[in-house]
Design a binder for this molecule. Structure first.
Ligand SMILES: [Zn+2]
Length: 626
């Protein structure tokens, strides 16, 4: 425990026109109007990995049954391949420019009306239980929910994790349901299983299986959790509208992409979308292209609550949808975007419009696809269909420009660090000039995404990082990450060089300093390590890991009295930084303050879980100072 605590939030590298609404009509509440609404979103779920969508290897019996008994939309699309952005569209019925959360870590515009507010205002009990940090309450989706379960568990070191198993999310939802069975309720449950890393690739038993096989395992687990939730509804089921959607897909090499967020091909935009309720009528498969912005107005309409002002339209029951289409007098155009290239890398954003069989992607090198002939989007027809491309370019520009006004919505430091740990990072901003087209950087982006996915370890991770550095030698995050790979392998001579490049790039975190200090300590260069950690304090004055490491270093090198305030400060910021509390107890003992040492050791025993392996060591310390 006396060795330096390496930063526990290791930086992972970057890479997770208003339609005219349906004609107003008096809300009709019938005996069949559902009393309750349950929305389940499954993160990173590709439609074509669900049995109901034709996947023969699927293990998705719950989703398949919902599809059989309800309405399955065969062509449903997210508004962005990004968790927060997509969920905000689903919950507001607005395209991203209308709700403002253009990327993970950006706060939603809190004046945008939400589904949950609408239901809360009508007297429904409202609750959400989410499985990952991008949907944390600070980003605005909490609005309208009386209960918002977004507490992530702590890991063994006491640090809050970025995601949690669906089992825990559903446990919480079931506990809430128990006390609200008599209420009308609006419940949203979010499951994160299919998001990378798939399964646990560090487990040798799983590592031999392909990423796709592990992805399917995760989907099967999410399906089991949906099943638990639906089973718990019991006799309420017949009065409940159930909606299941993916928030975006996942790329496994299509278009040179790994993971999601960079491109706006249908690989990552097409999602499953299922509605199930007695009031919808006969089961159906609908082939109209629909967007997740249609979910909110449709739910409000089906629940008999009238009209919900949105970019989307009412898509159920089917005859209502056809009526809306005719009423608008023109063919529907669906918008989607990704501003991740801009915000993560300083590259051009991508804006997409889908109309009829055509899909246009606004980019420095624009793309146009005839989806009927070319569903995989491989033959760019911009040169042969210039008039059509120009018309769609005008339409896309009416919905959003390529610029983004970053105001106060930029993520805070903690949010940024936690998003980086999930693979969403903020890179260097571009400085002037034309921005690169993400297509021309796809290899670099795929390498970065693979590194960020948590799928790679050891030699494979080192190879991917060296590939990135060949293309972009000064990339600070790749240097930082490679530094940690080398440090883990005991190769400090090169690690120090990597950390130094990252430090000189002025990253907004102290992780590179922590890595270099660890190497310096292992080489016996105590003064150098002390200087490095002092520099880290100026970069991140409120990082408890930095203060704790400096305290441990001083305590271990004959200055326990100087160490005590540093360790106290670390604990005032994070009381569950257990190594710091152990170090503080030892520093007290070394300074001759046995009573204080015993008090801290007792406090640590109170905080450690019953079976924690560290307990024995703490008890030995306690015995020695009593
Ligand atoms: Zn997502």
């Amino acid at each position: 425990m006396r060795t330096l605590i390496l930063s526990l939030t290791l930086l992972l590298i970057a890479a997770c026109s208003r339609e005219s609404a349906a004609p107003a009509r008096a809300p009709v509440a019938s005996a069949q109007t559902p009393r309750h609404v349950v929305i389940v979103t499954i993160d990173t779920l590709r439609a074509d990995h669900v049995g109901a969508y034709g996947y023969t290897n699927a293990r998705t019996p719950t989703l398949d049954r919902l599809a059989r008994e309800g309405v399955r939309f065969d062509r449903a699309y997210a508004t962005a391949p990004i968790t927060l952005t997509s969920h905000a569209s689903l919950m507001t019925g607005r395209y991203p420019p209308g709700h403002g959360a253009r990327h993970n870590g950006m706060r939603m515009d809190l004046t945008t009306p939400t589904l949950s507010e609408t239901f809360a205002a009508k007297g429904y009990a409202t609750a959400a239980f989410v499985a990952a940090f991008p949907l944390d309450r600070r980003f605005g989706l909490i609005k309208g929910f009386q209960t918002y379960g977004d507490t992530m568990p702590r890991d063994e070191a006491g640090h809050v994790t970025n995601e949690r198993p669906g089992r825990l999310v559903v446990d919480e939802a079931l506990a809430w349901l128990t006390s609200h069975r008599k209420d009308r309720f609006f419940l949203w449950v979010h499951l994160f299983e299919p998001h990378a890393p798939y399964g646990n690739p560090a487990d040798p038993a799983q590592a031999s299986r392909s990423p796709l096989a592990r992805y399917d395992d995760d989907i099967a687990e999410a399906d089991v959790q949906v099943g638990r939730l639906l089973d718990a509804l019991g006799d309420l089921r017949s009065q409940t509208l159930i909606v299941v959607a993916g928030d975006h897909g996942e790329a496994f090499g299509e278009h040179g992409e790994i993971s999601h967020s960079l491109f706006t091909y249908d690989t990552t935009l097409r999602v499953p979308l299922l509605f199930s309720a007695a009031s919808i009528g006969t089961p159906a498969v609908l082939n109209d292209a629909v967007s997740l912005v249609d979910v909110a107005p449709t739910i409000v309409s089906l629940a008999g609550l009238g009209r919900f002002d949105a970019d989307g339209v009412v898509i159920l029951p089917p005859e209502r949808s056809a009526e809306a289409e005719r009423g608008s007098g023109r063919e529907r155009a669906l918008y989607a975007e990704s501003f991740a290239p801009l915000l993560d890398f300083g590259w051009s954003p991508l804006r997409t419009i889908r109309k009829g069989t055509w899909k246009y992607i606004a980019a420095p090198k624009a793309e146009l696809y005839d989806l009927e002939q070319d569903a995989d989007e491989t033959r760019n027809l911009v040169a042969t269909e210039p008039a059509r491309a120009a018309e769609l370019a005008r339409e896309v520009n009416q919905i959003s420009t390529s610029a983004l006004a970053l105001t106060t919505q930029a993520p805070d430091r903690e949010s940024r660090a936690r998003l980086q740990a999930l693979g969403y990072a903020s890179g260097r901003p571009a400085t002037g000039g034309d921005r690169p087209d993400p297509k021309d950087r796809r290899e670099l982006a795929a390498n970065l995404a693979q590194v960020a996915s948590g799928e790679l370890h050891g030699a494979a991770l080192e190879r991917a990082l060296r590939d990135i550095l060949r293309a972009d030698p000064e990339n600070p995050q790749a240097n930082l990450r490679l530094g940690y790979v080398l440090l883990d392998a005991g190769r400090c001579a090169e690690a120090v060089k990597r950390f130094t490049i990252a430090i000189d790039a002025h990253l907004p975190s102290a992780d590179a300093h922590l890595g270099r200090a660890a190497c310096e300590v292992s080489a016996g260069q105590i003064d150098a390590a002390r200087r490095t950690l002092a520099a880290a304090q100026t970069v991140e004055p409120d990082n408890p890991v930095v203060s704790a490491n400096l305290g441990l270093l001083l305590s271990d090198n004959g200055q326990p009295a100087a160490a005590i305030p540093l360790l106290q400060r670390a604990l005032s910021i994070d009381p569950d930084l257990h190594q710091a509390r152990f170090g503080l107890a030892i520093a007290y003992a070394r300074a001759g303050r046995r009573g204080d040492a015993a008090k801290e050791a007792e406090e640590l025993l109170r905080r450690l879980p019953p079976g924690a392996p560290q307990r024995a060591e703490v008890e030995r310390l306690l015995t020695s100072v009593r």
